[in-house]
Design a protein around this ligand. Structure first.
Ligand code: ADP
Length: 271
């Protein structure tokens, strides 16, 4: 599903604009990270896409049709949104009930509900926890419960708000697998993140917001190779990228593997 934002304005108080004449296009099946300083408008932006917030100016289109007048319920068929704080999302007495809730609201048949719940619980590592109370889970598992509840709805677009927050290495690895799984399933994945290592390693496009406008928009290579511009939004590229940029051994190094390749191919270095 193609998403278009056309000259979108948004204000919470009818005075200060949080989104300012913002235009963007997100193609079907893109994986997009939205980054930027706290307060730059990231959450406000993604909440326009599922109708929780409505633009105060401009238009938003899904496959060419305006969604401005559509309700959150209607849009939830297309866009799944994982809240930043699991306590804002979880409200049922078992993990299984949380996972079944969305598909039931969307009136999926029993067989599809069962399949969607199975797939979501497997990819989120919750198979053994289906009868647990969500609020008894640790913070990391609770987050995966909210993610699984949204994945079970099988929407074309999935939005994550700060998914790596509070996750250990294993959790971040699982999140990376989920992002790649969504890509392979043909879905669009939009993720707000402050974790530049996660962003650089897992997304094909990075949008940098600053004061409600797009500062930069491109591949991780394009975005993270502009540290001076990024610093205006108080963003620093991933640590390994900064080391390589400072040492002059490449602007586009995001992973340990890429680092090794660069160093090994550099002239004059023996192993
Ligand atoms: P980010 O996700 O980039 O941290 P937000 O979209 O949460 O930014 O916030 C953008 C701006 O809107 C901030 O100045 C914030 O204080 C303000 N804001 C966010 N939510 C509300 C709200 N519910 N009411 C009033 N102002 C808000």
């Amino acid at each position: 599903m193609k998403i278009e934002l056309k000259n979108v304005d948004f204000s919470y108080d009818n005075k200060n604009k949080v989104l300012k004449n913002l235009s963007l296009e997100i193609k079907d099946n893109e994986s997009v990270a939205v980054i930027g300083q706290n307060g730059s408008g990231k959450t406000t932006l993604v909440k326009q896409l599922n109708g929780i917030l409505k633009p105060t100016g401009g238009d938003i289109l899904f496959d060419g049709a305006s969604i401005i007048k559509k309700s959150v319920a209607e849009l939830s068929r297309h866009v799944g949104y994982v809240f930043q704080n699991p306590d804002d999302q979880l409200f049922l007495s078992t993990v299984l009930k949380e996972l079944e809730f969305g598909p039931k609201q969307l009136r999926f048949g029993n067989e599809k509900i069962e399949q969607c719940v199975k797939n979501a619980s497997e990819i989120c590592g919750l198979e053994e926890l289906l009868e647990s109370h969500p609020l008894d889970l640790g913070a990391a598992k609770k987050k995966f419960c909210t993610i699984a509840a949204v994945l079970a709805m099988d929407t074309e677009v999935v939005i994550f708000d700060e998914p790596t927050m509070g996750q250990d290495t294993k959790g971040v690895k699982r999140l990376s697998e989920i992002v790649h799984h969504l890509k392979n399933m043909g879905k669009t994945c939009i993720t707000i993140s402050h974790d530049m290592k996660f962003v650089a390693a897992n997304f094909e496009r990075v949008i940098v917001l600053m004061q409600g406008q797009v500062l930069l928009d491109g591949t991780p290579e394009e975005v993270f190779s502009k540290p001076d511009l990024l610093s205006r939004s108080f963003i620093t590229p991933p640590p390994i990228t900064r080391v390589c940029q400072k040492c002059g051994i490449g602007d586009h190094v995001f992973t340990v593997d890429a680092f090794q390749k660069h160093v090994k191919s550099a002239k004059g270095i023996e192993y």
